[in-house]
Design a protein around this ligand. Sequence first.
Ligand code: TTP
Ligand code: MG
Length: 411
Amino acid sequence: MPMRVVLHLDMDAFYAAIEVREDPALAGKPVIVGHPGKRGVVATCSYEARTFGVRSAMPSVVAARLCPDAVWVPVRMGLYVEISRRIRKILDEEAPVVEPLSIDEAFLDMTGWAKDLDAGAAIARKLKDRIRAQERLTASVGVAPNKFLAKLASDLEKPDGLVVLPKEAIPETLWPLPVERLWGVGPKGADKLRLGGLRTIGDVARTAEDAIASLMGASMARHVKALAGGEDDRAVEHDRASRSISEERTYTDDLRDPREIDRALLARAQGVARQLRREGLVARTVHLKVRAGDFTTWTRARTLREPTDLVDPIVGAARELLASRVRLEGKGVRLLGVGVSGIAPAGARAGPLFPDADTVRAKRIAGAEDAIRAKLGDTAVTRASLVGSGLPMHHSSGKPRTKNGRGFPEE
Ligand code: TTP
Ligand code: MG
């Protein structure tokens, strides 16, 4: 198992830093972003303004009292969103898994790419350098074996910080902090812990779980005990909207027979549809990738009318792309891939008000296939057109599947 390496990146005084960048005359001054009126609130402020006690979400009248000489600038959301997108692009280029949390922060999972936390710190340095060079803005980054510690670490030396927080540093770094800093412990939870005499995270770490359970319940006690010991196994979840699911194979002998090519398309589409259903997702765009024997490569995409998790619309779009937008001109197919993007949770949208009978039936069959597969294993259900299609192939993704028909009802 490679060591987990998680980064948390958070831009410093994001809106305010952008405003200072846009107007260098503001540099070094206490800058407040927000409306100074009676009903206004502070969006954020420069670190100079923070020395006066000004904070995000503070009523503007309070901020004006604390820092009468502040320069107020209005919020320019469009500009901040545009810059956020450009920073996101840098993160996507440097990290395999990016989970954005807000307009100015994200988790990055470098596990397997960075062999240890020091290698993770080198990547963090590179990210900070690229953001500074491209956007003239600073970011703070935490590097740790999990999300909880990484987020905590990014905050420790703001602004322009880079903090590596290994497990060994927990007693020194984590334990002196107040219990509020435990993820999921709000003001109420903190009160409960304090009633039991627990003020710092170290107090929680040194107290038996049973004793904590009597203060805040068993499941919360288990949760805070794990965090206080620096344990957190939440996964960094790649942003769904930018995610894609695909399956591709490379063939030792180029496919030439159109029926063989079509069977391969169907098999890849089935794998993709099954993965969508397994994760409770639907997708809107279908991608086709074809590489010919001479390495000419086509990637083509088509957006469906309705998002789907069914094989038929996916293979239908892939077939159409292959027929109309790939010019094989007699060349054999060396690689074939089908993928989807534009992914959303299946429950998020209502679907057509009156689904047609075919869709209802296809959904029922897909559900039944998935159930059988769950019970008997991945190879139990195969469509009739796949039976006997013993194609020589390398498995470049997905699990190997063998031919094995079991007389499942055909559509
Ligand atoms: P934060 O990252 O919380 O704050 P920040 O980037 O300004 O400062 P820090 O150096 O401490 O990270 O939030 C990012 C942006 O989100 C912030 O620049 C403005 C906006 N924001 C609000 O509009 N209202 C709020 O209450 C908060 C917390 C943030
Ligand atoms: Mg920030």
